[in-house]
Design a protein around this ligand. Structure first.
Ligand SMILES: NC(=O)c1ccc[n+]([C@@H]2O[C@H](COP(=O)([O-])OP(=O)(O)OC[C@H]3O[C@@H](n4cnc5c(N)ncnc54)[C@H](O)[C@@H]3O)[C@@H](O)[C@H]2O)c1
Length: 279
């Protein structure tokens, strides 16, 4: 199958990699040429790690050759499955989705990797709304098996079934969610992270002890604050804001400590500092 991924940042490159590993022809598209260079390097490194662990069924070179890189969104032409993974901003997604529709074949399935924007809202930008579906992958995509499949009011049964089949075929294990803010995982995870931050900011326990409680007491591989640092504190803040706006319930209200950390550039692992120091 021919697949295009629009947006080749953290998520897009991972999605492209898993499709290529499963034998599909992939076009990785990004408006930023520098990002495309980095994506190629990053995928090669990731495949090399898998090759070392003997987790690849083909050679690294064969998989790399299946991926083409382009800065022209019109190159989605000819793809049967297209996934949008651009910035989490509605105006940017609108532009990308409208441009995808200009060049995509009418029967191509169009997925979005949005983590918090309503699928029904994004469907407004799609020509042929029945072919539009949420495919929410998890970071790092080559490692995490979960995909949330989210349907809009207009997604067709055929597209849901085809998407499920494709996700299983690329090695993912999907769950299905209606189009409600946060879908399944973020709706449950974000209030947990929020409460962990409350325990931390009230001085009840240290970050290390909060996380240890979850690692040792609940068999979570990471505690909530470690996980927040891993996801990115800016991302957590943005998702909580959307949940708070849409549900209007205090349990989603972004904590002031989180806002202060984000404003100060403490974004977690990616900036070198969050609830922990990574430098
Ligand atoms: N990072 C995560 O952990 C995570 C997890 C699940 C879902 N998501 C979602 O995935 C999407 C992408 O997130 P990310 O973390 O990969 O972001 P990112 O910032 O790493 O990458 C986004 C890329 O989109 C590109 N882009 C912007 N506008 C474009 C356009 N019009 N055409 C083509 N490319 C364009 C940018 O150049 C950038 O490289 C977002 O919707 C995000 O909410 C992220």
């Amino acid at each position: 199958m021919k697949v295009s991924v629009v947006g080749s940042g953290t998520m897009g490159r991972g999605i492209g990699q898993v499709f290529a590993q499963a034998g599909h022809q992939v076009k990785l598209i990004d408006i930023n040429k520098e990002v495309l260079g980095k994506a190629k390097e990053n995928i090669k490194e990731s495949l090399a790690r898998l090759e070392k662990k003997k987790a690849l069924t083909e050679s690294l070179d064969v998989i790399m050759e299946r991926i083409e890189y382009s800065s022209d969104i019109a190159d989605v032409k000819g793809s049967q499955f297209i996934i949008e993974a651009v910035f989490e901003r509605i105006d940017i997604k609108q532009e990308a989705l409208e441009n995808i529709c200009k060049s995509a074949s009418p029967d191509a399935i169009i997925g979005t990797n949005t983590s918090s924007i309503s699928i029904n809202t994004l469907a407004k930008f799609i020509e042929g709304k029945e072919r539009f579906i949420g495919t929410h992958f998890f970071n790092p995509v080559p490692v995490m098996k979960l995909v949330e499949i989210i349907t809009s009011e207009r997604t067709s049964k055929e597209v849901i079934e085809k998407t499920e089949k494709v996700m299983i075929e690329i090695g993912k294990d999907p769950v299905f969610s209606k189009d409600f803010p946060g879908f399944i995982s973020n709706r449950i995870l974000m209030p947990l992270i929020r409460e962990a931050i409350a325990v931390y900011e009230q001085g009840i326990a240290s970050a290390a002890d909060i996380d240890k409680s979850f690692r040792l007491g609940m068999a979570h591989p990471m505690g909530p604050l470690e996980l927040a640092d891993f996801v990115g504190l800016d991302v957590c803040y943005d998702v909580l804001e959307v949940l708070y706006r849409d549900y209007g319930e205090p349990r989603f209200k972004p904590p002031i400590t989180l806002k202060n950390m984000v404003t100060a550039g403490k974004l977690g692992r990616k900036s070198g500092e969050g609830f922990y120091n990574y430098r």
